[in-house]
Design a protein around this ligand. Structure first.
Ligand code: PMP
Length: 351
């Protein structure tokens, strides 16, 4: 997508693209109720600003720069629950843009501090002011009031889906091909839904018939109900509505994971395997294990570890989380993992 390098900001983008995506794929060997299972997860904390959201931010900024919607000096303004803010703050500053992030005020302290560390402005939005939906409205109002504002609009922007259709999905297919395998399923917690929709698009374009599963917290099922119901602690997923880029009719069954089980599994990934991943990664791993058990010994279930655990050190991630009778984590032992390195260092999508 970055063919023309005559403008300095496009040159900057080309450099940043070397630090985004092309992550390793982990083959994680575990036992669930005594049964041996291997599932595959992209190790996304290796990205520039530490999460999978760099893929989306880089792609949206790249398209906007190329198409002239983002001009030098424009302020990037986005509503986000965290990692997106960090990604736009880091990439935006690297490209010389001021960044303003509208964010619900209940997100972890670390996220706010990290965004501010890049010199970005954080505008906290309380539940009384509309929370997540209120954050999006505030961003749109700012764009209406000023003509030097660029809104990435990650929940509605098809470039979010395209980021994963051109990187995450093809990378998984290429990495599995190096061991002679192809995915039978993909599962990912839905925030904007960019990951799950984009990987679905890539798999289908490649003629891969894997089932594709959105995942959400069982104690706050936005996808199943269409709106916010209840509270949950899996930051980054299940916000307050079904995003415009998500088309549930094109996806397979929704996978449910209790937030406490996701916390326990994130802790267990660190304690048993040294994998310092965030809470949504714990949820995704549990979803992948559920699918691997259901699909049987020939399954090749894939998912993403969206970020690392350091953004959750002020949350229940560090608590002694009680286990509930239906939790899967106590039935799981993680034995080891192998690393499938990036198979595509000069992928055409980023050349
Ligand atoms: N996990 C974490 C930690 C995230 O920050 C996000 C992004 N909101 C997701 C999962 C969900 O990714 P997506 O927006 O692509 O659905």
């Amino acid at each position: 997508m970055m063919a023309s390098l005559d403008r300095p900001e496009l040159q900057g983008l080309a450099q940043l693209s070397k630090l985004v995506g092309n992550t390793s794929l982990l083959a994680i060997h575990a036992r669930v109720r005594g049964q041996e299972v291997t599932v595959y997860a992209k190790y996304e904390s290796a990205n520039f600003s530490g999460s999978i959201k760099d893929r989306m931010a880089l792609h949206i900024l790249g398209r906007a720069l190329e198409q002239g919607q983002l001009k030098p000096g424009d302020t990037i303004v986005e509503a986000t629950s965290g990692n997106t803010g960090i990604a736009f703050a880091a990439l935006g500053r690297a490209l010389g843009h001021p960044v303003t992030i509208m964010m619900p005020d209940w997100m972890s302290r670390e996220r706010v501090s990290i965004i501010q560390s890049f010199g970005a402005t954080v505008v906290p939005v309380s539940a009384a002011e509309g929370g997540f939906v209120g954050s999006i409205q505030r961003a749109e109002e700012m764009a209406q009031e000023r003509d030097d504002v660029f809104l990435p609009s990650q929940f509605a922007n098809q470039a979010n889906v395209a980021a994963h259709a051109t990187t995450t999905g093809p990378e998984i297919l290429a990495q599995l091909a190096t061991i002679g395998r192809a995915p039978t399923a993909f599962v990912a917690g839905v925030g904007t839904g960019g990951t799950v929709m984009g990987v679905a698009e890539a798999f289908r374009a490649a003629g891969c018939s894997a089932t594709i599963h959105p995942l959400e917290p069982s104690n706050s099922p936005t996808l199943r109900t269409g709106s916010k119901v209840g509270k949950h602690r899996i930051q980054g997923v299940s916000d307050e509505f079904i995003p415009a880029i998500v088309d549930l009719d094109t996806l397979d069954e929704i996978i449910d994971v209790h937030d406490g089980d996701a916390i326990c599994m994130a802790q267990q990934l660190a304690q048993q395997a040294g994998l310092a991943v965030g809470i949504s990664s714990g949820a995704n791993f549990l979803g992948a294990l559920q699918l691997a058990m259901a699909q049987g010994p020939d399954s090749v279930v894939t998912t993403v570890f969206s970020d690392c655990n350091k953004k959750y050190l002020s949350t229940d991630y560090v608590s002694d989380e009680p286990t509930l009778p239906d939790d899967l984590t106590p039935e799981v032992t993680i034995d080891s993992f192998d690393v499938l390195q990036p198979a595509c260092l000069e992928c055409p999508s980023r050349a």
